[in-house]
Design a protein around this ligand. Structure first.
Ligand SMILES: N[C@@H](CCC(=O)N[C@@H](CS)C(=O)NCC(=O)O)C(=O)O
Length: 214
């Protein structure tokens, strides 16, 4: 059985689950919390991070490595173009989401959602407002420019791994009760609205809401 270890609230875990969903691969998803991992978790995740992945062929960690493996193993419903240049461009956008976007949105999700939920502590609103004024504008500007002309997808005319990698972080931003300001970043705001209305993302958001309600 294909197994993805990690809590569904993790944007990187969600990214891998979304890819499995697109590819139509059945999976199990044990809810591993990286702050309290099961014994021997390093067998599958040497750095102790989530997601970690296991199937009949490999043990893998890191969402980009896992998604690349899935793309090669299950080429149907492709999420990455085969053209050399187009592929490089999509991989860059995925990398940007995995590094830059998360570096700003991750700490906001931690403050607004995880801190109250897991640590029973109040969010540090000053920290959030500093991130909003200092880190967010250049990242949102960059993405907004990539979507110039109100493009439906970050690259080309089809959903790619770049869209999944990016949208998963913005789903957590919406759980942090922050919306992208459409007056400043109209392309990004309308792109995210369209993405989160796709059945693929919608069903994950709905099942997250069920988890929240527990
Ligand atoms: N580059 C990794 C990042 C994974 C990551 O940072 N996961 C977080 C949860 S969202 C984690 O496991 N944090 C615990 C830790 O760093 O020890 C990926 O794409 O999978």
């Amino acid at each position: 059985m294909t197994t993805v270890y990690g809590v569904q609230f993790s944007p990187f875990v969600r990214k891998v689950l979304l890819v499995l969903q697109v590819k139509g691969v059945p999976y199990s998803n044990p809810q591993v919390n990286p702050m309290d991992p099961p014994k021997d978790f390093e067998r599958v995740s040497p750095l102790g991070k989530i997601p970690a992945f296991e199937d009949d062929k490999v043990l893998l960690a890191d969402s980009a490595v896992i998604c690349d493996y899935l793309e090669q193993r299950y080429p149907e419903n492709p999420l990455c173009p085969s053209d050399l240049v187009e592929r490089a461009r999509v991989k860059w956008l995925e990398k940007y989401a995995d590094t830059e976007v998360v570096s700003a949105l991750g700490p906001i999700f931690f403050e607004r959602v995880l801190k109250p939920l897991v640590l029973q502590q109040m969010p540090d609103e000053e920290k959030i407002s500093n991130i909003m004024s200092q880190s967010i504008p250049s990242i949102f500007d960059y993405l907004n420019n990539q979507l110039h002309g109100k493009k439906k997808f970050l690259h080309g005319n089809e959903l790619t791994i770049a869209d999944i990698a990016t949208t998963t972080h913005f789903i957590n931003l919406s759980y942090s009760k922050i919306e992208v300001d459409a007056t400043k970043w109209p392309n990004l705001a309308s792109y995210l609205k369209q993405m989160t209305e796709l059945p693929l993302f919608k069903s994950f958001i709905e099942s997250d809401q069920l988890l929240y309600a527990e």
